[in-house]
Design a protein around this ligand. Structure first.
Ligand SMILES: NC(=O)c1ccc[n+]([C@@H]2O[C@H](COP(=O)([O-])OP(=O)(O)OC[C@H]3O[C@@H](n4cnc5c(N)ncnc54)[C@H](O)[C@@H]3O)[C@@H](O)[C@H]2O)c1
Length: 294
C-alpha cells in the first residue's frame, strides 16, 4: 500500500487543538492553512505559534531557520470552501458537536479535489458517522492528536466501516512526518484514550464535589501516588471543561451510566468556568494562561 504524499494540509478550527496541529504541521514542512470562522481566533493562533516556536528556540529544539519556514508555511483563512480547493488533507478540529462537524465535512467534501483525505480530530465521535456526512467515506478517518500537540507524541488513528487502507496509511505517514507515534484503534466510542481520560477526570470532579480532598491534593495524590504526569483536574482545565463535558455526554449516551457527567462539572461549564482558556476553571489563571498560586 503506497500512501499518498501530502503537500498541503488544511486545519479547520483555530482553538486549543487546531492551532497546535497547524503549528506542528507547518513546522514539519507541510504547506498549512488554518481556517476558522473567527478572525480573533486565527490571530491568537498565529501569536501562540510564534510564542511556542520562540520557546522552542530558547530550549534548542527549534532552529531560526525552522522558525522562518514555520512562518512561511502557515497561512490563515476564514474561507473553508476556497482553501480546500488546493488541499491534500483536511484535519477538522472544530467543537465536539455533530452538527458543526457535519457542516465542515460537507463543505470540505464538496470543494476539495477528489483525492483529498478528510480527517477528524474528534475525541469521541464515530468515524463511520463522520464518513456518512461526506460522499467519500473511504477517505474519512479519525486522526486524534493530544494536548499540547507539539509535546504529545501520540496520534490515535481510528477507521470507520468504509475507511480504506490507503487512507489509514496516508494518515499514518503524515503523522510520522510530524514526528508522532501512531496506534490504530477499532471504532468504539471514546477510542482508547478519551474513554479512560473522561472516566478519571469525571471521578476527580465527583471527589471534589464530595469534599474528599482539595483540588490541589487530588491532583497531587494522582501525580505522586499513581505517577501521572498531570493531575486530572489540572488536565481538565488544560483540555477545556466544556470539551470534557461534551465528551462525557457523548460517552454517557453511547456507553451508559458510568459516564454520567458529575454535577459540579456541569455547573462549572454553565458558569463559564471552562479552564485555562477563560482564565478560570478548577484553578485560576493569569491572562497569559499561567496558574495563579494560592
Ligand atoms: N481540547 C483538547 O484537549 C482536545 C484533545 C483532543 C481532541 N480534542 C477534540 O478537538 C476538537 C476541537 O477541540 P478544541 O478543544 O480545540 O475546541 P475549541 O473550542 O478550543 O476550538 C474550536 C474552534 O473551532 C472554531 N469553529 C467553530 N465552528 C467553526 C466552523 N464552522 N468552521 C471553522 N471553525 C469553527 C471556533 O471558533 C474555535 O476557534 C474537538 O473535536 C475535541 O473533542 C480536544
Amino acid at each position: 500500500m503506497i500512501p499518498m504524499t501530502i503537500q498541503h494540509v488544511t486545519v479547520v478550527g483555530a482553538g486549543v487543538m487546531g492551532r497546535g496541529i497547524a503549528y506542528v504541521s507547518a513546522l514539519s514542512g507541510f504547506n498549512t492553512t488554518l481556517v476558522d470562522v473567527s478572525e480573533k481566533q486565527l490571530n491568537d493562533a498565529l501569536g501562540s505559534a510564534k510564542k511556542t516556536a520562540q520557546k522552542g528556540i530558547e530550549l534548542g529544539k527549534v532552529t531560526e531557520s525552522d522558525y522562518e519556514n514555520l512562518l512561511q508555511n502557515l497561512q490563515l483563512s476564514q474561507d473553508l470552501a476556497i482553501t480546500v480547493q488546493r488541499t491534500d488533507l483536511v484535519i477538522e478540529a472544530v467543537p465536539e458537536k455533530r452538527e458543526i462537524k457535519q457542516n465542515v465535512l460537507e463543505t470540505a467534501c464538496k470543494h476539495a479535489p477528489k483525492h483529498t483525505v478528510l480527517a477528524s480530530n474528534t475525541s469521541t465521535i464515530s468515524p463511520t458517522e463522520l464518513g456518512s456526512f461526506t460522499e467519500r467515506p473511504s477517505q474519512v478517518a479519525v486522526m486524534h492528536f493530544f494536548n499540547p500537540v507539539h509535546k504529545m507524541r501520540l496520534v490515535e488513528i481510528v477507521r470507520g466501516l468504509e475507511t480504506s487502507d490507503h487512507t489509514v496509511e496516508t494518515i499514518r505517514k503524515t503523522a510520522e512526518a510530524m514526528n508522532k507515534e501512531t496506534v490504530e484503534v477499532n471504532e468504539f466510542p471514546g477510542f482508547v484514550t478519551s474513554r479512560i481520560s473522561a472516566l478519571v477526570g469525571n471521578e476527580a470532579f465527583h471527589m471534589l464535589q464530595e469534599g474528599v480532598a482539595s483540588a490541589e491534593d487530588i491532583d497531587k495524590a494522582i501525580k505522586l501516588g499513581l505517577n501521572y504526569p498531570m493531575g486530572p483536574l489540572e488536565l481538565g482545565d488544560l483540555v477545556g471543561l466544556d470539551a470534557r463535558l461534551n465528551n462525557l455526554k457523548y460517552l454517557h449516551e453511547t456507553l451508559g451510566e458510568k459516564y454520567r457527567p458529575a454535577p459540579l462539572l456541569e455547573q462549572y461549564v454553565k458558569a463559564g468556568r471552562l479552564g485555562r482558556k477563560t482564565g478560570k476553571g478548577v484553578y485560576d489563571y493569569t491572562a497569559k494562561g499561567e496558574l495563579v498560586k494560592k
